[in-house]
Write a protein that binds this ligand. Structure first.
Ligand SMILES: [Zn+2]
Length: 163
């Protein structure tokens, strides 16, 4: 099992993805259970949820948690997480969003044939996931992410006056 910083439920998967992109790997489970939250006991990870159902258990296990309003959009929820845990929203892109393993930097030679020629030529900062073998690189997709990030920071500024 990979180390993860946050544990959350499927309907917060958008929040989870962005936390992982920011360098805080976040595991998503279909439904949080007592067994699952016990993985976070002793400060091993923090729990993000929209339900008070497990609050007593979380307290007993001394797990740090945040209950998010489920009627808010994902950007607002994400801002709440960043603000509550004092995290910085920078695209570190150092964890595989699929399996949460730490990505390893690789040279274009090492991944030749594994990704399209165009990506090999125009991309930069290639990384490889040791677990699932997926190759990541900075290209057009990163510009899109930066656009979303800009909107996110505006949203957070509106809410908390920070970032
Ligand atoms: Zn992976």
């Amino acid at each position: 099992m990979k180390d993860f910083k946050f544990l959350t439920q499927i309907h917060l998967s958008r929040v989870a993805l962005w936390l992982t992109l920011f360098g805080y790997p976040t595991k998503v489970v279909p439904k949080l259970s007592k067994k699952e939250i016990s993985l976070c006991a002793g400060g091993r990870c923090r729990v993000l949820t929209t339900s008070r159902r497990l609050e007593k258990n979380l307290k007993n296990l001394k797990v740090e948690y945040l209950i998010l309003p489920n009627w808010e959009d994902w950007k607002t929820q994400l801002c709440m997480v960043l603000n509550h845990f004092n995290l910085s929203p920078n695209l570190r892109l150092n964890y595989c969003p699929l399996c949460l393993d730490k990505l390893k930097p690789v040279t274009p030679e090492e991944i030749k044939g594994k990704i399209p020629e165009g990506a090999l030529r125009c991309g930069k900062n290639f990384t490889l996931c040791p677990s699932c073998g997926k190759v990541y690189w900075e290209g057009g997709h990163k510009r899109l992410m930066e656009k979303t990030l800009k909107q996110l920071k505006l949203c957070c500024k509106d809410l908390f006056g920070s970032f």
